[in-house]
Design a protein around this ligand. Structure first.
Ligand code: ZN
Length: 414
């Protein structure tokens, strides 16, 4: 049963007044001044069930988070990231099976956190499972879990929903420890209209029709341990084409219905670059599948979500018989860039955002390396000298030039 403050949040869709910050500023050399969640509570696993409503532009969420509690935990509160979510209830169950419901739910809009306050102490040196029910908005701001509008091949207006979490918008889809070093396993379940496709980072493990027949429940294989900013899911109408890599990874390109032939060029680049990276890195691509999806409304060029890479449509889908050489090279290098991140960034991740330059710098180098192997006729390294290198020197000649590594204290500064 929700308490009074939680009910207020649910019914008014408003937030409580500012609370004292629960965030800590870390001492120590490189980490000095970083504003982080307390390290005494460690998330290991999230089981996330999300039910989007593509007509009302809202979603329901329930997340169960398995937490390790360290010896030096103090107090009766648990704080994590959350933004623009409305909370219905929260409770945890400890190792003895005793359930405790949150007495109070405090939202801090400035820190984008939520604090659950319990009656008694959080049990030190133990494990608990925290279950949170909440609702959110399918926004149109291309961040978090958001909606895109588009016109299909029959001229009909359609809505699809997808995610963009880097750097700090996973917290807009579910309450979580939204820091890159807080890696955890994610088990995702999506409840969606029966006629739509839905997918996530990992392959589907089950699909069952729900009573009434209008909705279906799709569950996906557990993810590897990974950062929250790499989680992704999509819901909508799609066609797809697929091909396999030498090491048996199924690669798919999802397109709007009727447009699957526009994905053939990117699919070929993806299969060949996964093969090239498997060999070059000496570690095979670690997931069983790789999906690539064109999103009608997308802020960046593409996003390297592990196993589910999202793209601005023009950076993925082209007609290879009509596209210019420049368009093909663009699609090829965006694909090879995002797939380099599957290792560099996703498998190996910066501890904090001040090393993001290395994540992006390496992918920017590797996009040329793989594109040159796949399409030597592009002469990528000659283009590198006149393109990337001279652009970098031009920037570096300005008075505004700065060190590559810049201290980041709050994730908002990324
Ligand atoms: Zn990148």
């Amino acid at each position: 049963v929700p308490n009074i403050t939680a009910s207020l949040l649910l019914t008014s869709h408003s937030f409580l007044s500012q609370e004292a910050s629960a965030m800590t500023s870390t001492p120590g050399n490189k980490a000095e001044g970083r504003v982080l969640l307390p390290s005494t509570i460690i998330p290991n696993r999230y089981d996330l069930v999300v039910t989007p409503d593509l007509e009302a532009f809202t979603f329901k969420g329930e997340v169960k988070i398995d937490l390790d509690i360290s010896a030096d935990v103090t107090g009766n509160q648990i704080t994590m990231h959350a933004k623009e979510l409305c909370f219905i209830s929260a409770s945890f169950v400890d190792l003895t099976g005793v359930v405790q419901a949150a007495e109070e739910i405090r939202v801090n809009t400035k820190d984008t956190t939520v604090t659950f306050v319990f009656d008694s102490q959080i049990p030190a040196m133990s494990k608990i499972s925290l279950t949170i029910e909440y609702t959110g908005f399918l926004n149109n701001q291309m961040a978090g879990f958001y909606r895109s509008s588009y016109t299909d091949i029959h001229g009909e207006s359609k809505v699809m929903a997808s995610t963009q979490f880097e750097s700090l918008d996973a917290r807009r889809a579910f309450p979580c420890w939204d820091e890159p070093a807080r890696k955890a396993v994610f088990g995702v379940t999506l409840i969606v209209p029966a006629k739509l496709h839905a997918f996530s980072n990992m392959p589907e493990t089950s699909c069952k029709s729900l009573p009434g027949g209008k909705l279906k429940e799709l569950s996906f294989l557990d993810s590897p341990k990974m950062s929250s900013y790499l989680l992704a899911f999509c819901v909508g109408e799609f066609d797809f084409i697929q091909a396999q890599t030498n090491n048996g990874v199924m690669v798919r390109v999802y397109t709007p219905p009727g447009k699957s032939s526009s994905g053939t060029f990117a699919l070929d680049c993806a299969v060949k670059s996964l093969d090239a990276y498997d060999e070059f890195f000496g570690i095979h691509y670690p997931l069983p599948k790789l999906d690539m999806v064109g999103i009608p409304e997308f802020a960046a060029g593409a996003m390297e979500n592990w196993g589910l890479v999202t793209y601005r449509e023009v950076d993925l889908l082209i007609d290879p018989t009509k596209a210019s050489s420049n368009q093909k090279q663009r699609v090829c290098t965006v694909v090879t860039h995002e797939l380099a991140h599957q290792w560099f960034g996703n498998l190996v991740t910066m501890e904090w955002w001040d090393d993001l330059w290395l994540n992006e710098g390496f992918a920017s180098w590797a996009e040329n390396f793989a594109a040159d192997l796949i399409h030597p006729e592009y002469e990528m390294w000659d283009q590198f000298t006149t393109g990337h290198l001279s652009a970098a020197l031009r920037l570096d000649a300005l008075k505004s030039s700065h060190p590559i590594q810049v201290a980041i204290h709050r994730a908002e500064e990324v």
